[in-house]
Ligand binder design. Structure first.
Ligand code: C5P
Length: 225
């Protein structure tokens, strides 16, 4: 472990998409690459943190020097986060599926020749960020969420911060024209209880380094008892 300002601190990072099965060979997913969460885990590691990296099936490899906990579904991600607690900070960068398939089939679905398509039913997934933010006991001192928005970024993200109960929301504009989702750069607004801070467009690695430094500064202000 490193010797930086986060030495001895445990930080949980979620990252990547989740896969929600339809049947044993098919699933519903999203376009998250896991790049920002992976960069963040590496940056926290570089500041000396012990990082539990709970990752869905991402398209970039996990960083070295962190504890990798691979999961597929949102339900597995929540269970893995709970098992990794306690932590001083938790950062939820994963693109968690809002819904899972409620009538997933235990065997591969087949065409039956009738020409009728199957109907999928959905059930809402647990909100991992809200669950951890609202924990009565054992809540991490600092809980950070992300908000991928396509319009009214700051207004929506500010409302999201309050609704979920996290300390910070890192908001970004994921309209396709920005090239952010799946790209190497990010332009974020960091929202906390005191207001919104616009950061310039930076590489995801640089966003990660600045966020890790902000996390270290915030935890430095947490009084140990
Ligand atoms: O509500 P929305 O999906 O926009 O919230 C995004 C934030 O909430 C991200 O930090 C994401 O990791 C987290 N989240 C979660 N569990 C869910 C949905 C979102 O932790 N089921």
């Amino acid at each position: 472990l490193g010797d930086g300002p986060l030495k001895g601190r445990h930080v949980i990072v979620t990252s990547g998409p989740t896969h929600e099965p339809i049947d044993p060979v098919r699933y519903i997913a999203n376009r998250s690459s896991g790049a920002q969460g992976t960069a963040l885990a590496a940056a926290l590691r570089d500041l000396g943190a012990r990082v539990s990296f709970v990752t869905g099936p991402a398209s970039v490899p996990p960083p070295q020097g962190v504890s990798v906990i691979p999961v597929e579904t949102a339900a597995e991600m929540l269970a893995a986060v709970k098992a990794a607690l306690p932590a001083e900070a938790a950062v939820f960068a994963a693109a968690v599926a809002d819904w899972r398939v409620a009538n997933a089939s235990g065997s591969k679905m087949k065409k039956d020749g009738s020409g009728k398509a199957p109907a999928l039913e959905f059930a809402e997934n647990p909100d991992i960020l809200a669950t951890v933010s609202q924990m009565k006991a054992g809540r991490p001192a600092l809980v950070v969420g992300f908000a991928a928005e396509t319009d009214d970024v700051v207004a929506h993200a500010t409302a999201k911060r309050k609704r979920k109960g996290c300390d910070w929301i890192v908001a970004n504009d994921v309209r396709p024209a920005t090239g952010i989702m799946g790209g190497a750069e990010n332009a974020v607004t960091v929202i906390d209880a005191t207001g919104a801070e616009d950061w310039p467009r930076l590489s995801k690695d640089e966003v990660a380094r600045r966020l890790a430094a902000r996390i270290a500064a915030a935890l430095g202000r947490v009084v140990e008892v």
